[in-house]
Design a protein around this ligand. Sequence first.
Ligand code: BV8
Length: 253
Amino acid sequence: MPYRLEQSLLEKLLKARHVMVLTGAGMSAESGIPTFRDAQTGMWAQYRPEDLATPQAFEQHPARVWNWYEDRRKMVRDAEPHAGHLALVRMAAILGSVRIVTQNVDGLHQLAGSKRVVELHGNINRSKCSVSHRPISREWLQDSDEQPPPSPYVKHGKARPDVVWFGEVLPQEALDEAMAAASHCDFCFSVGTTSLVQPAAGLPLLALQNGAALVEINPVGTPLSMHASQCIRGPASGALSSIADQLTGLLNA
Ligand code: BV8
């Protein structure tokens, strides 16, 4: 197992009462979903995601933003959870309580069987009214050939993805749950994130302030790395699978 958790941290993990796992786009990379900062391809190569994932972009170019999400939805529909997602399900069965807080909008943790997943940035598979923020059904969307479809609720309203754009506040309930998880955990993993996007990036630091052990899983370093008890420089699938195997081994020892 190339990506081993240090023995002292493994024992601490097994004894942990509450574990928080913050995941970012790198967690979905091995399911075939490009990360947020991967170079975009095709017609999207000319745009930066940060410039498309904003209310201003949707206001000025609704069809462009809508179609960018439609293309990403197709990728998500074809994506399957990988061994790392499944390892988190295995770990949750072994450990006291594991709370996954994800920045991702693809729903892969839930598809893998993880429970009580906190979606900080919404979910690309859901749509809502751009004015009232009320949910819009897939049936309504399919019945319209406009891009984006009109809102069923408000005149001049449009359908938009139910995700949090840059400059938008996060869903209060999700943020409260994430802050509570970070404040009460005694072990925190940060997996597959550049640790740049706020307020998500602050959650592992909050966990540290409460005395939690912090382990980062990322092939490359991030601003969080210097604060981590251990940095596992590897992919989410291999590292999380190794850790789940180590836990199982320790349990059966
Ligand atoms: C807000 C949904 C209040 C849309 C996304 C301080 C406090 C508060 C706000 C700010 C602040 N400073 C700046 C801000 C504003 C802004 C922000 O953080 N800007 C950044 C760029 C500096 N934050 C906001 O606007 C947030 N709103 O705080 O509201 C407010 C309001 C107005 C003004 C002020 C405050 C809202 C942020 C949410 C934006 N929406 N997603 C969509 O998906 O289309 S964020 C987007 O970036 C994705 O969710 C993504 O998950 C997220 C973070 O990126 P990463 O997950 O880190 O992904 P990335 O591609 O960057 O990196 C991938 C990583 O994986 C890399 O490290 C790579 O090495 C690694 N990797 C690759 N392969 C693997 C791997 N790791 C493991 N295994 C592998 N195989």
